[in-house]
Design a protein around this ligand. Structure first.
Ligand code: AHR
Length: 316
């Protein structure tokens, strides 16, 4: 084919102009809800990162219901977004809708929480924390503390997150894996507090009412439930952080304030500020660049004695 030189020159000159006006990437994002301080920070990070990256964000809040997330995903497919990202409220039940996205040629990125699907090619990549390791970190801290009073039995109560969610399943698993190495540590009660302050308080009240066994330790799968439980413990006339040792996960400001006040002993960090990495990942995925299947986040452990110094540095 003979293309006149003048047309080639014109095309070369106009290319940057068209590129500058190329349509922005459109991302459909389905969020779990607004159940915790962590989630609020995660949503803010995603919204501000989308703005900064020039990504058009279609954001849907599922109010902790899987059916709402499935509806949101289907609506994103119908709108032909460039990429779908979501933080699945629970692990199972995603095969059908993810197949629909795949058939429509829309790549899916999991953020924060994982799914259990028969075919892992139904999503491109998963960015988020290692929840099993978070549970292990919480338990290792307790083992070290228990080592200071060898032989003493410790009764633990556990506030689990949302039933069927990846963080609830994994944080329980990681914690149990480590504490079973010391038979003096026993989980005597375990119930879901749905990752919320209100439910954490309610369940802790019911734990405290059952007076058959003394409670030595509370392990809460997130800070919000621990903060709710702290209220219940105080209302029962006990000193949180002293009469009952409290361990939780997330590392939100509320937890640092509670640690500074001596009411919470330790929080294991779970970083919600995933927005900037997610936007870059979305651009790479849409550009068909190779990406890792699993991207984890670096996180620390903060104890009460570190709280006052760390509090001013906390970003969420
Ligand atoms: O999936 C992350 C968890 O979900 C956070 O630990 C919790 O606070 C949130 O609701």
């Amino acid at each position: 084919m003979n293309i006149p030189r003048r047309s080639l020159l014109a095309a070369a000159l106009l290319a940057p102009v068209f590129a500058a006006h190329a349509a922005p990437l459109v991302m459909g994002f389905s969020q779990v809800g607004a159940e915790s301080e962590w989630r609020t920070a995660n949503t803010a990070s995603i919204k501000s990162a989308a703005k900064a990256a020039g990504v058009t964000l279609k954001f849907a809040d599922a109010q902790q219901k899987q059916e709402n997330q499935v509806k949101a995903l289907r609506s994103f497919i119908a709108q032909k977004v460039d990429v779908i990202a979501f933080s699945p409220v629970v692990e199972s039940g995603w095969d059908t809708v993810l197949k629909e996205a795949k058939n429509a040629g829309i790549p899916v990125i999991l953020t924060d929480r994982a799914v259990k699907v028969a075919d892992p090619s139904l999503y491109v990549t998963f960015i988020g924390s290692d929840f099993v390791e978070e549970g292990r970190k919480a338990a290792r801290w307790l083992l070290e503390r228990a080592a200071k009073t060898p032989g003493a039995a410790l009764n633990i109560v556990e506030l689990q997150g949302t039933v069927g969610s990846a963080p609830a399943i994994d944080r329980k698993k990681g914690f149990e894996e480590v504490i079973k190495t010391n038979p003096k540590l026993q989980v005597i009660r375990s119930q879901s507090g749905e990752f919320t302050r209100a439910k954490g308080k309610e369940v802790m009240e019911s734990f405290l009412k059952q007076r058959d066994k003394k409670i030595d330790v509370l392990y809460a799968h997130n800070d919000d439930m621990a903060i709710g439980a702290i209220q219940a413990i105080e209302e029962a006339g006990l000193k949180p952080g002293q009469d009952i040792v409290i361990i939780s996960i997330d590392g939100v400001r509320g937890a640092f304030e509670a640690m500074k006040a001596g009411k919470l002993n330790v929080t294991v960090e779970c970083n919600p500020l995933l927005g900037p990495q997610l936007m870059q990942l979305a651009k790479d995925v849409v550009a068909k660049k190779p990406v890792e299947k699993r991207i984890t986040v670096e996180e620390g452990v903060f104890t009460a004695d570190m709280a006052a110094k760390e509090l001013p540095n906390r970003k969420y």
